[in-house]
Design a protein around this ligand. Structure first.
Ligand SMILES: *Cc1c(COP(=O)(O)O)cnc(C)c1O
Length: 394
């Protein structure tokens, strides 16, 4: 193969030196709280499968039946000939669940965010975002070429000040639950602010939908708001839903606008129809009594984790969600804590800059409805050992 340029190989060397090397783990079993890696079984605290649905029999059955009925692929984009009746059923079921006029499906959350922000943002529509918004929201703003700013994390005053300074009406964008911190945006206040100033609002509730609020309707529901209190609500299926893909919930008119102008919607193959079938089964589960039970187990696990954590050397963040980060600071030490836990049979990924701000490398612990109380207690005990072990040299 042709030799690669020096700037490229140099950047790889630097990445290793800074303890920022990223690497794929190859797992050999379904996504649940036990994971199989290189012949060993681990207790996992790094999956976003918060409700334990990724390996649920009802979803697997729906996926298999969907494939037998509709085939493996959708064959083209939604607008050409890839939009099957099962996609339509899923869109309508989601719209009904959330009480909105329309839902549009996307193949991934990353693309839904790129699509919405790049279609709306522009020189006449600036974008204002929370500083800790997900990378896909930031990338959407960059793709839109709109003027854009970031306000201080979770800070409505900072958002109001920046909004006042921006000359046009624009789009205010926030995560519902922040993916690396686990805290929830001040949605009620942000919605009031945006309404007063006649800005559009967009909430990405990738980590809230399914887990929080009435029937798992997410962080808006938890804040006492309906989904149609915001201009656009983005949800993803790769987390609590246990499948893959994403959606945008909005008005009929906004859906029409996105259908005309959102390039990442137009120029991509539709989600596999079997995935839509599995996601529909997941939605049914999420709205059912089993969904309520799973949400209850998850919140019991969150409470137990917070109670059982060692008090020495551990800084917990202000999170009441399934995302419970433990900030370590230094990237090398975060890696060492993660490696120690792995030796002890526990998988928990270290998250480093630039995914999180410099100096705030952390363990991102994610809890699931399927963790047992013993799992949680064991994690806390091993975590204390790991913190002790890696503080030796300081
Ligand atoms: C995971 C995530 C996404 C991306 O969704 P995918 O379907 O995995 O591409 C978008 N936004 C937030 C906040 C996320 O956590």
């Amino acid at each position: 193969m042709p030799k690669l340029p020096n700037w490229l190989t140099d950047s790889l060397v630097l990445q290793r030196e800074r303890q920022l090397w990223r690497q794929t783990k190859v797992l050999a079993a379904p996504q649940n709280t036990q994971m199989s890696l290189a012949g060993e079984t681990y207790l996992s605290f790094c999956s976003n499968d918060y409700l334990g649905l990724a390996d649920h029999p009802a979803l697997k059955q729906a996926l298999a039946e969907g494939a037998l009925r509709y085939g493996a692929g959708s064959g083209s984009s939604h607008l050409v000939s890839g939009h099957l009746d099962i996609h339509d059923q899923l869109e309508q079921a989601l719209a009904q669940w959330l009480g909105v006029e329309r839902v549009l499906l996307f193949s991934t959350g990353y693309m839904a965010n790129l699509a919405v922000i790049s279609a709306l943002g522009g020189k006449d529509c600036p974008i204002l975002q929370d500083k800790l918004n997900h990378a896909s929201l930031i990338d959407g703003a960059q793709l839109s070429q709109a003027p854009w700013r970031r306000y201080l994390h979770g800070n409505v005053d900072s958002a109001a000040k920046m909004m006042a300074r921006m000359e046009q009406l624009g789009l205010l964008v926030t995560d519902g639950v922040f993916s690396m911190d686990g805290d929830i945006a001040p949605l009620s206040e942000l919605v009031v602010l945006a309404d007063q100033e006649h800005w559009m609002t967009m909430v990405d509730d990738a980590h809230g939908l399914g887990c929080l609020g009435d029937q798992g309707q997410g962080s808006l529901s938890l804040a006492g708001l309906k989904a149609d209190a915001v201009t656009l609500l983005v949800g993803t299926f790769g987390k609590a839903f246990g499948t893959a893909g994403a959606f945008v919930a909005c008005s009929q008119e906004m859906a029409e606008y996105l259908t005309q102008f959102a390039r990442p919607y137009i120029y991509t193959t539709a989600m596999a129809p079997a995935m839509a079938a599995a996601t529909l089964a997941s939605l049914e589960l999420i709205c059912s009594a089993e969904g309520d039970q799973r949400r209850q187990r998850l919140s019991n696990n969150i409470a137990l984790f917070k109670q059982s954590l060692p008090t020495q050397g551990v800084t917990l963040m202000a999170s009441d969600t399934a995302i419970q980060p433990i900030v370590i600071g230094d990237s090398g030490r975060a890696m060492a804590v993660s490696a120690f836990l792995q030796q002890q049979g526990i998988l928990c990924t270290a998250i480093r800059p630039p995914t999180v701000p410099a100096g705030s490398a952390r363990l991102r612990i994610t809890l699931s409805a399927d963790h047992t109380q013993e799992d949680i207690v064991l994690l806390c005990r091993k975590l204390a050992d790991a913190i002790d072990y890696t503080s030796g040299g300081e």
